[in-house]
Design a protein around this ligand. Structure first.
Ligand code: M6R
Length: 352
């Protein structure tokens, strides 16, 4: 059941601290600052990585791919439906990673099967024990989020991000005690966001907006895409997500005083450039909602602040996304939408 929540989506958003604890269980090793993923024994550092995924899982893959690249591994991310092994160099040195909550998404299975045929090593990162993806790949890593009933992926996205962060370290051996400490802190930090979030107030304020924009740079860019997808999926309202630098190359033309812009302003190296992008939309009169771990520094640029706790620079996007999930949920709730089963959508998409 929904354990007293109005919707599975809200229940699952609230289950994230537990889901993340499960994902972490037994994997980070404090003693030698390493990450061990038992089920991946024998899998070595790959020469190249291709991620294949759809929807929310694709956004998690975009985030994961950046982590791999930072470790010096040549990494690309593909929408599974666009993966074409005849056109893209794939060989035995390539690890093809299917990120799929259900493990039954036809597009993702198709991409993994093509990779298998060509002789690449394959790995699925999934939530469902014994799913098709798990059965058909050489290796499987479980994200252990527990069953997700709501069509909108929420807790599984956070768990995918954490799983991929661990995977990037497990396969490269490059970890640090700061990384592990920050990972371990995430479940409690997510809980503190759930306990204090002002997302419902922000949702009330902007429920009548014409459209919602989401912007972020670097590790936050995939979360901007995910914020917009979630908003569209459950509110049926127009939403767009961008790497913030792209705004001025076109989408800025859509921004008016009726377009709230959710801006991921976390205290990383892109803060200056992000503030520049925020100024671009501010000067068009757009309301700014800052999702930030440095509220004092951004307060003058924001109409609303959704605060997240301070974390490792790589994990701020995981926390920022929790606030975005809540905003979408409360907007959809205000609008009386069918939150757990949005029109036209299915939990797992088994046709190509
Ligand atoms: O089960 P999968 O992770 O392979 O599903 C992929 C997408 O269909 C899925 O993430 C979809 O985008 C969600 N409904 C988004 O909330």
């Amino acid at each position: 059941g929904k354990s007293g929540y109005d919707h599975y989506m809200l229940k699952e958003i609230n289950e994230q601290p537990h889901a993340l604890r499960e994902c972490l269980r037994g994997r980070p090793r404090e003693l030698d600052a390493s990450i061990e993923i038992d089920e991946l024994e024998g899998l070595e550092r790959p020469e190249r990585v291709h991620f294949v995924a759809c929807g929310t899982s694709y956004h998690a893959a975009l985030y994961g791919a950046r982590l791999f690249r930072e470790q010096g591994i040549q990494t690309n991310t593909f929408l599974a439906s666009e993966y074409d092994v005849d056109a893209i160099p794939v060989d035995e040195g390539t690890l093809v990673v299917g990120v799929t909550q259900s493990g039954e998404t036809a597009d993702t299975l198709g991409a993994l099967r093509a990779a298998n045929r060509i002789g690449a090593e394959t790995l699925s990162v999934t939530n469902v024990v014994g799913c098709s993806a798990a059965r058909e790949t050489d290796y499987v890593m479980y994200i252990r989020a527990g069953p997700e009933i709501g069509v909108a992926a929420t807790k599984t996205f956070a768990s995918q991000q954490v799983a991929l962060a661990m995977l990037s370290r497990a396969l490269t051996g490059a970890c640090s005690s700061a990384f592990i400490k920050a990972l371990r802190a995430l479940p409690d930090q997510v809980q503190s966001i759930l306990d204090t979030s002002q997302a419902a107030t922000v949702a009330d304020e902007y429920v009548d907006a014409d459209a919602y924009f989401f912007i972020g740079r670097g590790y936050n860019a995939p979360v901007a895409l995910e914020g917009a997808l979630k908003m569209k999926e459950i509110t049926y309202k127009h939403a767009e997500g961008f790497p913030a630098g792209e705004l001025k190359h076109g989408p800025l033309a859509l921004v008016t005083e009726r377009t709230p812009v959710f801006s991921m302003l976390t205290g990383d190296s892109n803060a200056e450039k992000m503030l520049g992008n925020v100024r671009e939309v501010e000067s068009r009169g757009a309301p700014i909602v800052a999702v930030t771990d440095v509220p004092a520094q951004v307060a003058t640029h924001a109409d609303h602040v959704l605060e997240i706790p301070n974390t490792h620079r790589l994990f701020a996007p995981i926390l920022a996304n929790i606030q975005l999930q809540l905003v979408s949920y409360w907007v959809a709730n205000q609008l009386g939408r069918s939150i757990d089963k949005p029109r036209n959508l299915a939990k797992s998409v088994t046709v190509e």
